[in-house]
Design a protein around this ligand. Sequence first.
Ligand code: PXG
Length: 441
Amino acid sequence: MNKPVTPPNSLEAYWMPFTANRQFKAEPRIFTGADGMYYRTADGRQVLDGIAGLWCCAAGHNRPKIVEAIRQQAGELDYSPAFQMGHYKAFELANRLVSLMPGSLDHVFFTNSGSESVETALKMAIAYHRVRGEGQRVRLIGREKGYHGVNFGGMSVGGMVANRKMFGTLVTGVDHLRHTHGVEGNRFARGEPEHGADLADDLQRLCDLHDPSTIAAVIVEPVAGSAGVIIPPKGYLKRLREICDRHGILLIFDEVITGFGRLGTPFAVDYFGVEPDLVTTAKALTNGVIPMGAVFAQSKIYEAFMQGPPNAIEFMHGYTYSANPMACAAALGALDTYEEEGLLTRASEIGGYWADAVHSLRDCKSVIDVRNLGLIGAVELEGIPGEPTKRAFSAFLKAYDQGLLIRTTGDTIAMSPPLIIEKSHIDFMVDTLRSILNSLD
Ligand code: PXG
């Protein structure tokens, strides 16, 4: 049977991701262009991008080096098979990336998203133990409130209840550390909070419960983004590393939002001075322009796989679009832009001004906490009794109407602007938010 004719502008056919479809389709918010710090809306307004797209457009929008790299690549080599074939830009990009990453994280596996990077890292961890004769290490440990994307592995190690509850029993053999949010004495902390490093000892508790020889890996976001910006207590990540080392457990940092300058250093690995065994990235790798992710692996992991007959595939994993030439070109253009403009360390320069600005919101109506690190800021609101998420979502809608794009999760407002942000933009963000917060019910 023929489908009824859909008018070209109908919003119905598109089932939108992580979106209140009915609310959106009743009151659509459509972008038609973007440049620098701003989006343009269908109704001809400018909206300041307070969240770098979705934490991905680190250099802002419409950046010439990236645009030109993609244009050129499309006419030169549009696609090259990812398996058993190569192209130069894939190797060039891998080399550039490992030169940015400290320590011995010197091999890179390409994916197409943060979710795929997480699946890849989890599979690498389990297979790494197996190729070394420790095939009994199959358990994966995540953390409450963690977000590691939406695929089954990442969802299982993730700890955001709403993202898990609809999807059955998930991957088995997974357990979770306690989260570090809301520790006594940490409210309104500037930067890393003082209290709660001992929560890392929860890993020892899980080791005692399961026996550490059954655990393959622990995955955490160095700074949790999606659950509402949770900054790790001072010393917490170092302690996790120590416990992993004690028991031969791999440590995975999910740097999908912290990678590429968000904290004022190229990676959170640099910021916290803790070297994990695997690092997942995506988002700002290409400035968000073309989907791409990358998993960094320590050389000991790569080397462990390089055995057996030389013509045998060592790791049975990969994607049709791994190291896609267009994505590699975009990533190289992004890295050039970051380098030329000093963006990978810019958040450390403007971070003090940012912290002052975000914390100036602490006295606004309904605010119960303010958190910051690098160019990340969060304002947590007291929820309306019986109507969780509503107050923050109202702030989001009002901000959009007033020319500012923010994100909300639960009753927390999250901000993660492009790293090219200037003081005047920061002033606009907090002034707009201040008047909105004080006007909310
Ligand atoms: N890991 C982490 C730590 C993430 O933050 C993913 C994995 C998944 O990436 P992909 O590319 O598959 O979406 C993410 C994604 C928000 C927000 O506003 C955060 C993400 C995505 C969209 C919105 O907090 N993080």
